[in-house]
Ligand binder design. Structure first.
Ligand code: AHR
Length: 501
């Protein structure tokens, strides 16, 4: 009962794009207000950003931050979010039934990114708006000066252009819940024309067209095919969104969520390549998995039904899921799935960053802390840089309700430029440890630098306001490397990072 695989630098998947470790800040609940931005907080800087949150975002290692939505963007008016903060209009946000003050806007977002050390990923509104407004935003944000909108930005105090390269052409336009929802051909047309116009302004723009908002959408795959037929030559990436939660208490299937994520990725790749073949194109569309996470979605659906039609709160507590050890192991496994497809997934965003289904939580006026899911993300973002090695697992299996026979081990390995290797591995067995043996061929590593695991006798343990450090990774003794063989014992229900140099 041992799990095995072989690592050989001749067999690789592809290079990791650092943007695989992106995240997402939406004007939703308390992600922005009392999350990243809280001018009255004791740690706030001169722009109102919480320094305690910024420190955690940097520790998390986020490389790119998608903004401002999400569902929010589909009724968003970008011009509301610029200029003197006290003059910005208050608006009703239909997506989250909230009042948006616009106190945090484009300039604050750029400032946040600079301090967090991350790149922008800006979504344009293709729900209630179209080509003209996307171009206006592009000119405001990126043109140096000398035109009405670029000079307006300068007058607003932002002399330097924002230099936004990565743009999302709307959000989840296949979803009937989306403001301005469209059919695939309606969306394909507006996305194509928006992309064409944006490229006329900025040929270097990198564009993400909307794929399906989940693999279970009735239009999945047909949507991608129709949209890409319109946009293939005009865009760079197609988006995927996926959220996982334990359905009917079925934890074993939940722990195998990455099986779904991997086949979702493979299905989108197949669909995109099919369109490419039909168009006789040598171009390859890459994937932007720009929303993924564990999200207890049924709880949100139930909560949303209790909204009072005349109540439009400011920054209410929404989607504030508290994550357990089990959730963190699933998040680790989803990170492994993304790395295993690094050849086609160029961008990925953990949705979201603070308070809203997030690795970082805050209390208004109070502390910020790391959820359990913080740790696998931070470790993957730090050590998952380089070239992904092709890992073919030979492991014991068990039966899951949703996915049938499933391997107990989920793993990948990344070789850094300096030759060091990091193995990321999840043991999906909830009760038994899993012995692991890795044969190493042609790798110049001689020692185990560290074996760290996230596991706990209580799989429901979580970090809370009252007990913020209850769960964190611990060192695992006994992992050895000798005669080209790595041996380790993976604790039951665990996320593991084994670093070799
Ligand atoms: O991340 C929360 C929401 O999930 C986003 O606003 C939307 O795009 C998705 O449905």
């Amino acid at each position: 009962r041992t799990a095995r695989f072989t690592l050989d630098p001749s067999f690789t998947v592809g290079d990791v794009d650092p943007r695989l470790f992106g995240s997402f800040v939406e004007h939703l609940g308390r992600c922005v207000y009392t999350g990243v931005f809280e001018p009255d907080h004791p740690t706030a800087d001169d722009r109102g950003l919480r320094r305690d949150v910024l420190a955690l975002v940097r520790e998390l290692g986020v490389t790119v931050v998608r903004y401002p939505g999400g569902n929010y963007v589909s009724a968003h008016r970008w011009e509301d979010s610029v200029g003197p903060a006290h003059e910005r209009p208050r608006r009703l946000d239909p997506a989250w039934h909230s009042t948006e003050t616009n106190r945090f806007g484009l300039s604050e977002y750029r400032d946040f990114l600079r301090k967090a050390g991350a790149e922008p990923m800006m979504a344009v509104n293709l729900g209630t708006r179209g080509v003209a407004e996307a171009l206006e935003l592009l000119e405001y944000a990126n043109h140096p000066s000398g035109t009405a909108l670029s000079d307006l930005r300068v007058a607003h105090g932002d002399k330097d252009p924002f230099g936004i390269r990565l743009w999302c052409l709307g959000n989840e336009m296949d979803g009937p819940w989306q403001t301005g929802h469209k059919t695939a051909s309606e969306y394909g047309r507006i996305a194509a024309e928006t992309a064409r116009a944006m490229r006329q302004f900025d040929s270097a723009a990198e564009l993400v067209v909307c794929g399906s908002s989940s693999r279970s959408m009735p239009t999945f795959a047909a949507w991608e095919a129709t949209v890409l037929e319109e946009t293939y030559d005009l865009v760079d990436h197609i988006s995927l969104h996926a959220y996982y939660w334990p359905e009917d208490g079925d934890i074993d299937s939940f722990l195998a969520s990455a099986v779904d994520m991997e086949s979702f990725i493979e299905a989108v790749v197949a669909t995109a390549d099919h369109v490419g073949a039909r168009l006789k194109s040598s171009k390859r569309i890459t994937l932007s998995f720009d929303e993924w996470n564990v999200w207890y979605l049924p709880e949100w659906v139930a909560r949303s039904k209790t909204f009072q039609p005349d109540e439009w709160p400011e920054a209410p507590r929404l989607l504030e899921d508290g994550y357990s050890v089990t959730d963190a192991v699933v998040v680790g496994s989803l990170l492994i799935a993304l790395l295993r497809h690094a050849d086609r997934v160029a961008v990925a965003c953990l949705a979201q960053l603070v308070n809203v289904i997030a690795p970082i939580m805050t209390e208004p006026g109070g502390p910020a802390w790391r959820q359990t899911t913080f740790f696998p993300f931070a470790q993957a973002a730090r050590y998952g840089r380089g070239r992904v090695l092709d890992v073919r697992v030979d492991a014991p299996t068990h039966e899951t309700r949703k996915y049938g026979e499933t391997a107990l081990l989920h793993a990948t390995a990344v070789r850094a430029e300096d030759g060091s290797v990091t193995v990321f591995a999840v043991n999906r067995d909830r009760t038994e440890p899993l012995p692991l043996e890795v044969a190493l061929h042609g790798l110049d590593v001689t020692r185990v630098v560290e074996h760290s695991a996230l596991a706990d006798a209580d799989p429901d343990a979580r970090n809370t306001l009252d007990d913020p450090d209850r769960v964190s990774p611990h060192p695992v003794p006994g992992t050895t490397l000798g005669d080209g063989r790595l041996t380790a014992l993976l604790e039951p229900l665990s996320w593991n990072v084994i670093r070799l140099a």
